[in-house]
Ligand binder design. Structure first.
Ligand code: HEM
Length: 196
């Protein structure tokens, strides 16, 4: 059983790593703003491709997170009942479910609307005047949701460590507050120095 636990923890931690996507998507869009060039086919098509194509990867990693998390609940002996009664575990699966919901909204509703607008951009002519404000309204909403996703990933990570190491509840709450502050910071600026 210990080998299974070790294996599943590696899978779970590796998937946690891959769930840093909201962090990097926020860096990408903040760098785009810093770049400052007007809306243009090549720059913006490239950025939208990165964001759009990442969604499928994210769904797969979220699935891996859920499967390895459930397997760890069993193998590490926490018991299924704790998924409903032990707050750190409840927070983890609610966070993951919310993440999947937000990603589905972005991928199936928000992104297609951005794509319709993007299809009016042509490589050989400047962007129509009314296009930039319409795209940036949708992009702002997507960016806000990415900030929330980053906060949820960090919260689930803190709660995971609390499950394993049973550290003080006040420390867990303090770390969740720090996570919120950091997610806000990454949302606002390209964090050139990593933490700030
Ligand atoms: C975004 C989602 C999630 C993230 C980022 C996350 C992250 C983590 C991390 C960092 C750990 C600590 C691993 C270690 O001890 O080194 C952990 C442990 C754990 N996670 Fe998650 N997790 C997530 C979702 C879930 C879900 C949905 C479940 C259950 C349904 C779950 C169940 C567990 C369990 C049971 C442990 C403790 C493992 C042990 O001590 O053997 N996790 N998680």
């Amino acid at each position: 059983m210990e080998e299974w636990r070790g294996f599943l923890l590696v899978v779970h931690l590796f998937s946690t790593l891959t769930m840093a996507a909201p962090f990097y998507m926020l860096v990408v869009v903040n760098e785009r703003a810093r770049f400052g060039a007007p809306l243009g086919y090549f720059t913006d098509r490239y950025m939208e491709n990165i964001i759009r194509n990442n969604a499928v990867r994210c769904f797969i990693f979220q699935g891996t997170m859920a499967v390895s998390g459930l397997a760890l609940t069993y193998v590490s002996g926490y018991g299924w009942g704790n998924l409903l009664t032990y707050p750190p575990l409840v927070v983890k699966w609610v966070a993951l479910l919310t993440l999947t919901g937000l990603l589905s909204y972005i991928h199936f509703s928000l992104q297609p609307r951005i794509e319709v607008l993007m299809s009016r951009l042509k490589p050989d002519s400047p962007a129509p005047a009314d296009l930039a404000p319409q795209i940036s309204t949708l992009r702002r909403r997507r960016k806000r949701l990415s900030g929330i996703c980053l906060f949820l990933v960090l919260t689930a990570l803190v709660m995971g460590l609390r499950v394993t190491f049973s550290f003080n509840m006040y420390l867990a709450v303090a770390l969740v507050i720090v996570s919120a502050l950091y997610a806000w910071r990454v949302y606002k600026r390209p964090v050139s120095l990593g933490w700030i």
